[in-house]
Design a protein around this ligand. Structure first.
Ligand code: ZN
Length: 278
């Protein structure tokens, strides 16, 4: 386990963005993956860990995973306690259902893991040739995302194994990104290598990659069309318009998910399942 030290652990004291224990013995119910939007682990750790983090009283996470084994992994909050890693503008809970109560918020129900990635290309951040093309959950914005390094993925797997060893109730379907819970508010972790990470954590190479095939709107449209949804006169054209949006809402309603217009990891799983039933 590449855990470097406990120096970054937030002490439990009033005003820290961390609270004692979990609400019930059956918690936590999932892992929420994040990207740090920083270039390195040290910057992330100053923001989220130690005695006086930059975001003291506002935000935290259980772990921060660096881009290289040399950077390693820092732990900010003990797994016995909750960290305040997600909850603002949250629409969906760990199982993809609508958030029904403040007690469903991710900060109260899931373990939060930050991974060092600068995120998507934008002013001041240029994409490189190997960056990942992905569309946002609303299908309206195309992003290019910095890929995670092999060493980082290896450490993410180790961190994941540590968490699910302590909380075996967390199964592969209980992993998601911040943006899957808060699709109108967050972009992390679009493009995340879920298949590689989950296959590593659960040591099961048969886990299907339900994410990569649906990163871009044209692929989402083709999948909906194959499943019999009407995309209007222009069909699957790579442009996410009103008909695509309505088709997605109907797909969700037909498949026991909240009737929302956002393509999330929960959508990926259901679409994949339906496509492979045929
Ligand atoms: Zn996040």
């Amino acid at each position: 386990m590449p855990l470097t030290n406990g120096d970054w652990l937030l002490p439990l004291e009033p005003g820290q963005a961390v609270s004692v224990g979990w609400g019930s013995p059956t918690l936590p119910l999932g892992i929420t993956w994040h990207w740090s939007a920083t270039r390195d682990l040290l910057t992330l750790s100053r923001v989220l860990g130690g005695k006086n983090p930059v975001r003291k009283g506002q935000a935290s996470a259980h772990f921060g995973v660096g881009r290289s084994t040399q950077e390693g992994v820092n732990q900010y909050v003990a797994l016995e306690n909750r960290s305040w890693h997600a909850g603002i503008n949250q629409l969906f809970r760990w199982d993809g259902q609508a958030l029904a109560s403040p007690n469903d918020k991710a900060s109260r129900t899931t373990v939060g893991v930050e991974t060092v990635s600068i995120g998507f290309a934008r002013a001041g951040v240029s994409a490189e040739a190997d960056w990942i093309d992905v569309d946002t959950p609303d299908g309206l914005t195309h992003l290019q995302v910095q890929p995670w390094t092999d060493e980082e993925v290896g450490m993410m797997i180790e961190v994941g194994r540590t968490i699910v060893t302590q909380f075996p109730q967390i199964r592969p379907v209980h992993h998601h990104g911040h943006s899957d819970l808060c699709p109108t508010y967050k972009q992390d972790v679009l493009g995340f290598p879920f298949a590689k990470v989950l296959r590593g954590i659960y040591q099961d190479d048969t886990l299907p990659d339900v994410w990569t095939p649906f990163r871009e709107v044209l692929d989402r449209q083709r999948a909906l069309q194959t499943l019999g949804y009407d995309l209007g006169p222009s069909g699957a054209d790579g442009d996410w318009g009103r008909h695509s949006r309505d088709a997605l809402i109907k797909f969700h309603a037909d498949n026991e998910l909240p009737a929302s217009p956002y393509w999330t990891t929960f959508t990926c799983r259901k679409v994949y399942q339906r496509l492979h039933q045929q």
